[in-house]
Design a binder for this molecule. Structure first.
Ligand SMILES: Cc1ncc(COP(=O)(O)O)c(C=O)c1O
Length: 288
């Protein structure tokens, strides 16, 4: 694995990066994270990512031991050590409850652990954008917001991992999860959009999902390119009856979905609205 890692400011190769087995991130999955990537060497939408990281921290009552600027500096240092030679970076920032006794009492862990992983960003292949991908609707239901709220970008990822494993078993590029009411919520590592009559629709936050940064940015892009982007409660029938569908995430931008459970969406090809939004997104991301 080619990665460079900062563990509480100590930067090393992936092989040498270590963390205590008494870290509550490992013991209890108590931690939060962000995934960012660079365009032209700079972390994209950094302020939005840090805002979400702070919100996740607040929701698990974890005090972040850095300012936004200090974190940016640590990311820069890790990127410099990674020496990516012009290749864009994938950046994962994790903050856990820290190292302490075997107890849920937060008093046992006075110092959060801060980990930054930097490695080359690997884009989906061009064919995935040209031809679209096939996804499945999985049986694993998205966490109820009164359990581990999907609003928290949490290291406690068993819900997503089990859903993703089901998708992989069934040959899906991604797995779409329903919420406890049976409405569509999001995919295991991305947000979901459907296109109907020229508008791009995505489930509202009240459907119980991670407020994706790419999802949020797409509302802006819609205004740029003259496509209405709005929230709407979506069910299976809305997806199967859609003209187009796509998923969004930091590392995959806006990726066309052409089949769901083996059934074609629209004409089974990436559609014009998805393409226009993707183009608009890339223009802004690359600063053109
Ligand atoms: C569950 C889930 N939903 C949505 C997303 C997309 O979020 P973003 O656009 O901020 O990458 C992710 C990203 O990893 C995710 O894990």
């Amino acid at each position: 694995m080619s990665a460079t890692v900062s563990v509480n400011g100590r930067i090393s190769s992936a092989r040498e990066a270590v963390i205590s087995v008494f870290d509550h991130g490992f013991l209890y999955g108590e931690g939060i994270y962000e995934t960012m990537r660079t365009y032209n060497g700079r972390p994209f939408l950094y302020d939005l990512h840090v805002r979400r990281l702070r919100n996740s921290a607040r929701m698990i009552v974890l005090e972040l031991p850095f300012t936004d600027e200090a974190l940016a500096g640590q990311i820069r240092d890790t990127m410099a050590a990674a020496d990516l030679q012009g290749v864009e970076a994938y950046i994962r920032v994790l903050v856990t409850r820290g190292v302490g006794e075997l107890t849920y009492d937060p008093a046992a862990t006075p110092r959060p652990s801060v980990i930054i992983i930097v490695k080359p960003q690997v884009d989906p292949p061009a064919e995935a954008y040209d031809n679209g991908v096939g996804v499945v609707i999985v049986d694993v239901v998205r966490n109820h917001p009164d359990t581990v709220n999907p609003m928290i970008k949490s290291n406690n990822l068993l819900n997503s991992a089990l859903a993703a494993q089901e998708a992989i078993r069934r040959g899906g590029f991604e797995g779409i999860m329903r919420n406890y009411r049976g409405e569509l919520s999001e995919c295991t590592t991305s947000n979901l959009f459907v296109v109907k009559d020229g508008a791009a629709l995505t489930p509202p936050l009240t459907a119980g999902l991670l407020p994706g940064i790419t999802r949020e940015f797409l509302f802006d892009i819609g205004r740029d390119v003259g496509i209405q982007v709005r929230e709407e409660v979506l069910r299976d029938a809305d997806l199967f009856g859609a003209d187009e569908a796509f998923l969004t995430s930091t590392t995959r931008e806006a990726l066309p979905i052409v089949t769901v459970d083996g059934r074609a969406i629209g004409n089974g090809r990436p559609g014009p609205v998805t393409k226009k939004l993707l183009e608009g997104f890339r223009k802004r991301a690359w600063g053109a």
